[in-house]
Design a protein around this ligand. Structure first.
Ligand SMILES: NC(=O)c1ccc[n+]([C@@H]2O[C@H](COP(=O)([O-])OP(=O)(O)OC[C@H]3O[C@@H](n4cnc5c(N)ncnc54)[C@H](O)[C@@H]3O)[C@@H](O)[C@H]2O)c1
Ligand SMILES: [Zn+2]
Length: 352
């Protein structure tokens, strides 16, 4: 599959890791570090190191899996290990994992000694189609998602779709939410194609198309001053629900599961406050409801959700910012709404 060229780096689709092999032999790094979590160390790292025998001398930094560990404490642990293993400015960090590892590893690398090189090897559907491309790195703090971070581009991204074979179904469905988002905001024909398949059967070709869409958007606006904001569709409400669930549920929602709920709510806002038709509202909400898990809450949690929304980076002078669909495949940004308007879309979801 064709390599996607981004802001100064390439995204390779490469189940054999020959591009990573070449990258490592062309760049003479003083030391190579792998950042993995417990699962990717077991399920992914052996495949990779076997495929790239020239990578024989490396250190492994392992973190515990899960969003609750994407925080400053784990980040300090990564910096500490880099320091203890003697990393210098000419070292390379290879992040092998889902969005938690690629976000936190990217952040740790972008700040260690004012920045060392890193590459992303995304191993979940979500990280392949979304988190690994675009140069956003970060960690959560005080229950607020991605509140600390940098814009730093990786040196390269290596997508091996074979990794998805060991990913559990719930994670695949969660990642599929971002795939659906790409169709809704950018490509109606793509959305049409997605509707005909099961979320767990997304093909390498569809992953490639999603990366192309994300890449087209982020290369035109690397620092999210304008168009890139459309990628936040579903995320104002979705992040608030995700944060709420992380703080309150025994088995919290996954990122994509929360984004699916956010997309239903924000599709309603698109209907009320942008140009989305009633027919499109029905089509999108009906589809998302059927494809993603249900999550029930009542209006009792609204104050908590508004608390999280007010901390969102997309806000402007106290107003809560949204990217809203103007049709299927088109999205506009900088819509600012007040609590009464937002409450309506939460009620819409609660009553579904
Ligand atoms: N930087 C960005 O632009 C961006 C975009 C979207 C999402 N994100 C971030 O991504 C994160 C979510 O990423 P995620 O959904 O990949 O979650 P994740 O990193 O928590 O991975 C999900 C689970 O799957 C396991 N896993 C990973 N690869 C596996 C494999 N091949 N086989 C078996 N198990 C495997 C992990 O160990 C983990 O338990 C969130 O923190 C979100 O904020 C960032
Ligand atoms: Zn997302």
């Amino acid at each position: 599959m064709q390599t996607v060229v981004s802001n100064g780096y390439s995204v390779y689709f490469d189940n054999s890791f020959s591009a990573l092999s070449q990258f490592v032999s062309e760049n003479r790094y003083s030391k190579v570090f792998f950042l993995v979590d417990v699962h990717t160390q077991e399920k992914c790292l052996p495949l990779l190191t076997e495929a790239v025998p020239s990578l024989s001398d490396y250190n492994i930094i392992e973190v515990d899996p899960g969003e609750e560990n994407k925080n400053i404490d784990y980040c300090i642990g990564i910096w500490r290990m880099l320091l203890d293993f003697g990393a210098d400015r000419n070292s390379l960090l290879i992040n092998v994992g889902g969005g938690v590892v690629t976000d936190m590893g990217g952040f740790a690398a972008s700040t260690f000694k004012r920045g060392i090189d890193f590459v992303q090897v995304p191993t979940t559907l979500l990280s392949q189609v979304d988190a690994s491309v675009g140069g956003k790195t970060g960690i959560d703090m005080a229950g607020v998602k991605n509140i600390i971070g940098t814009f730093t581009q990786p040196k390269a991204v290596f997508i091996c779709t074979d990794f998805l074979k060991t990913l559990d179904e719930r994670q695949l469905v969660s990642g599929f939410a971002e795939v659906v988002k790409h169709g809704l905001i950018y490509d109606s024909a793509y959305f049409g194609a997605l509707k005909t398949i099961a979320p767990t059967t997304v093909s390498p070709e569809l992953i490639h198309r999603s990366v192309e869409i994300k890449n087209e958007v982020v290369t035109s606006d690397p620092f999210e001053k304008g168009l890139r904001k459309i990628l936040n569709f579903g995320h104002t409400i979705g992040h608030a629900i995700e944060s709420y669930s992380l703080a309150n549920d025994k088995s919290p929602l996954l990122h994509g599961e929360a984004i699916a709920i956010g997309m239903i709510c924000e599709t309603y806002l698109s209907y009320k406050h942008n140009k989305l038709s009633g027919a499109a509202l029905d089509e999108i909400t009906g589809y998302i409801k059927s494809a993603f898990p249900d999550y029930r809450f009542s209006n009792k949690i609204y104050p908590d959700l508004f608390g999280y929304m007010h901390n969102d980076k997309k806000n402007d002078q106290g107003n809560i910012g949204f990217s809203l669909l103007s049709g299927i495949g088109t999205c506009t940004f900088n819509h600012y709404l007040d609590e009464a308007q937002i409450k309506e879309c939460l009620d819409f979801y609660v009553d579904l």
